[in-house]
Design a protein around this ligand. Structure first.
Ligand code: SF4
Ligand code: SF4
Length: 459
């Protein structure tokens, strides 16, 4: 059994692990954000009153890192407006009126050659043009990750750990469509020129492990991971499977490894073998306020409101609506916000649920050391929260606050109810802003110097 140092066993609440994936009928309107990935936002390439087909390109990245965006329904562009994203940033949104006809774009075609004849560049381009970004929540453009790993990575890992409580979307994908994960892995192996790959699954999914072992060829090894949070974090997964530690500031490819999430691999399978861009994803809808918790395949751009209505509506007043898991997800304030490429789950949790096991008011640190013992990054969260509360940013940086992966293990275990991660996030954002300002100052000075040199040379 593979595992890592630190971490904690969280209550699992995998209430939907036996709920088969349902296909939600597309709602009358969808609102598709132009930024659903890390990198530059897309520019809409459609305008109001244009007709669009399912899978048609509606947003393209002009320059830099990014993923194109496609229509998840056929119909008419109603309007383009600015809304707030799940992370609270303003983003352009294309609102489509669904005509219910599901007319497919004529650009949806499988890759024209057998997989064995596809070149790495061709596979990278298939993934780029399908608009695939990391679907485990990280949303890093997949084509860029793959391109950066070609010729560098000698180990491919497929992350099927799904360690966050509640979420079972990957588990259901493994049970219902194991071939998509296996053949998607083969596509990645062809691009990377590798002869073997590892698929890591936590031992709380024995049925998925057994099925994948039955279906997978011998060159794809199914590895059983000990169920422990945050096993799905790339660094912990690499340590568990390979015994390798990733130095701060480095990418997995720098130490010969590349990792893709299970649903991302299934999207790659769709893109390569069917030519379908990323327009839908599986979302776990759960929480004690949801009428009928379920796993649902949802057109991107569907509102939380429509999705929760489909799942039996709200049966109690929720205190929190969370996009993502309860440990690392973002609390939401707008019920009309959209499901995007990174939305693995929507949770609606009541006040009683949110207060379970917590003191009603945060208290002072009692120096129990539990956060230090459980931190998978081997940090001292008690010190970090202390520095952040006192605005001692330099000390926080010296104690490696930037290495924190914001997994929430420290807050989960803190008997004092300290809001450790929130304070760490503030510290990281402040330090990042100061670093950006310093870089901009340096660049301006550099420019000024060059200007002076040029003008003195002219003289
Ligand atoms: S300090 Fe960061 S990495 Fe360590 S447990 Fe807390 S959130 Fe996780
Ligand atoms: S777990 Fe909480 S109370 Fe214990 S040392 Fe860490 S911050 Fe302090």
């Amino acid at each position: 059994m593979y595992t890592f140092k630190g971490g904690t066993h969280v209550r699992e609440y995998k209430n939907t692990d036996s709920a088969p994936i349902e296909r939600m009928p597309a709602p009358p309107t969808v609102a598709i954000p132009m930024s659903q990935h890390i990198g530059a936002p897309c520019r809409p390439v459609v305008k109001p009153w244009d007709h669009v087909d399912y899978g048609q390109l509606i947003g393209e990245v002009e320059q830099g890192l990014g993923c194109p965006v496609h229509a998840s329904v056929s119909g008419t562009v109603k309007k383009i407006e600015t809304r707030l994203s799940a992370q609270g940033n303003p983003v352009e949104v294309v609102i489509l009126e669904n005509d219910g006809l599901y007319t497919k774009s004529d650009r949806i075609k499988p890759f024209p050659k057998p997989l064995e004849e596809a070149t790495p560049d061709e596979i990278v381009e298939v993934i780029r043009s399908a608009g695939i970004s990391g679907m485990g929540g990280a949303t890093f453009p997949t084509y860029a990750k793959l391109k950066g790993a070609i010729g560098k990575a000698d180990t491919l890992i497929i992350n099927c750990a799904e360690c966050e409580p509640f979420i079972t979307a990957n588990h259901r994908m493994m049970l219902e469509h194991p071939e998509r994960i296996i053949d998607g892995t083969r596509v990645l192996m062809q691009a990377l020129g590798l002869k073997r790959a590892l698929i890591g699954v936590e031992d709380n999914k024995p049925d998925a492990i057994a099925l994948l072992r039955e279906k997978a060829p011998t060159y794809i090894k199914i590895c059983t991971l000990k169920t422990k949070y945050p096993q799905g974090d790339e660094r912990q997964l690499m340590y568990a499977l390979l015994g390798k530690e990733l130095p701060t500031g480095k990418l997995p490819a720098d130490i010969g490894c590349v990792i893709f999430n299970a649903e991302t691999v299934a999207a790659i399978w769709h893109a390569f073998f069917n030519g379908t861009p990323l327009c839908k994803r599986v979302v776990t809808v759960d929480g004690d306020c949801v009428g009928r918790p379920a796993n649902v395949k949802v057109p991107l751009g569907t509102s939380y409101r429509d999705l929760i209505e489909y799942c039996g509506g709200l049966i109690k007043q929720p205190e929190r609506i969370i996009n993502g898991g309860p440990m690392m997800g973002n609390a939401q304030w707008d019920f009309n916000a959209s499901i995007t490429k990174g939305s693995s789950s929507i949770l609606a949790l009541s006040h009683e649920f949110c207060q379970k096991g917590h003191s009603s008011l945060p208290s002072a640190c009692i120096r129990c050391g539990r956060c230090v013992k459980n931190c998978p990054m081997h940090l001292m969260p008690n010190m970090l929260v202390n520095f952040a509360m006192r605005r001692r940013w330099d000390d926080a940086a010296a104690y490696h606050v930037m290495s924190c992966v914001e997994c929430g293990t420290c807050s989960y275990n803190c008997p004092g109810g300290m809001q450790i991660v929130q304070h760490i996030r503030v510290a990281k954002a402040t330090i990042r802003a100061a670093q950006t300002a310093a870089r901009m100052r340096e660049a301006a000075l550099e420019k000024e110097k060059k200007g002076e040199v040029a003008s003195s040379e002219r003289k």
